[in-house]
Design a protein around this ligand. Structure first.
Ligand SMILES: C[S@@+](CC[C@H](N)C(=O)[O-])C[C@H]1O[C@@H](n2cnc3c(N)ncnc32)[C@H](O)[C@@H]1O
Length: 252
């Protein structure tokens, strides 16, 4: 039987798989978004706090906010409450099945679409958005569609001073650095309960994986287009901080 706490059982999901998970009543809200409970349960307030730290305009009264792939667990629920308290215009884009799990609220507009294939919304938001959240979603976009079309399209939405958070990006190069370290080896032994070191292979093609080259290429493309772009660490207490990182891109 598959280990319910094994993250790899959700490793090869795509947008269409998430529709199925969202409709499966036997799953918890965390499992519907592709995480074993242990990775998210009780941890989402800290994740949301980190999102707020990285996107300061999320605190603004009346801000225009877009969440691409909000899923249906506590993070979007906190975002909806937060937006309501600040009379913000909050746009959520995900599958209809996923959006149906979230309650409607004043100021919240739901667009059932595979982003960026939502031309009317893109038109409406062009140059107006103060904060775009793409949290734990980029690795699916990387496989499902053209990364550069996604990035260019999303950057066009930002208002002057607005920011895009590409959060919780699994970086296979960072993962290898971690599991090659003494700390990573100890972590692996404790997690698996076995004495062997993790197996790490270098100099091989890694299909569908984001690595350092992709991370730096995103920064370079955004900067070349006139935006400031930075890689940022996750706080160490977040569940995947040892092998995931964030990118923040701001329109000057
Ligand atoms: C791992 S979940 C993350 C959910 C939420 N952002 C969080 O971190 O709690 C990925 C979500 O992204 C959605 N998704 C994936 N690709 C998408 C796309 N191209 N457009 C809109 N949503 C997408 C999935 O349906 C799913 O709800």
């Amino acid at each position: 039987m598959a280990n319910k706490e094994d993250l790899t059982r959700f490793a090869t999901l795509g947008f269409e798989d998430f529709r199925r998970l969202a409709s499966d009543k036997s799953l918890s809200a965390y499992e519907k978004i592709g995480f074993p409970d242990s990775y998210r349960e009780g941890k989402e307030p800290e994740i949301f706090a980190d999102i707020l730290r990285k996107l300061p305009r999320l605190d603004r009264e009346g801000a225009v906010v877009l969440d691409v792939g909000p899923g249906c667990s506590d993070v979007p629920k906190m975002l909806i409450r937060h937006a309501g308290e600040r009379r913000q215009e909050l746009h959520l884009v995900d599958s209809a099945e996923m959006l149906d799990q979230l309650d409607d609220a004043p100021g919240v507009s739901k667009t059932a679409a595979f982003f960026p294939d939502c031309p009317e919304l893109l038109e409406r938001l062009a140059g107006r958005v103060d904060a775009v959240i793409v949290y734990s979603v980029l690795h699916y976009i990387f496989v499902d569609t053209n990364l550069w079309r996604f990035l260019d399209t999303t950057l066009r939405l930002l208002a002057p001073g607005g920011s895009l958070l590409l959060g919780d990006i699994p970086n296979v190069s960072m993962r290898k650095r971690f599991f090659a370290s003494d700390t990573g080896k100890r972590f692996h032994r404790e997690f698996t309960g076995h004495d062997e070191d993790p197996e790490i292979q270098y100099n091989q093609i890694e299909p569908n994986c984001i690595d350092d080259a992709v991370i730096f290429a995103i920064l370079q493309r955004a900067r070349s287009a006139g935006f400031n772009a930075y890689v940022m660490a996750q706080p160490a207490h977040l569940p995947l901080a040892n092998r995931r990182e964030d990118i923040v891109i701001t329109r000057p």
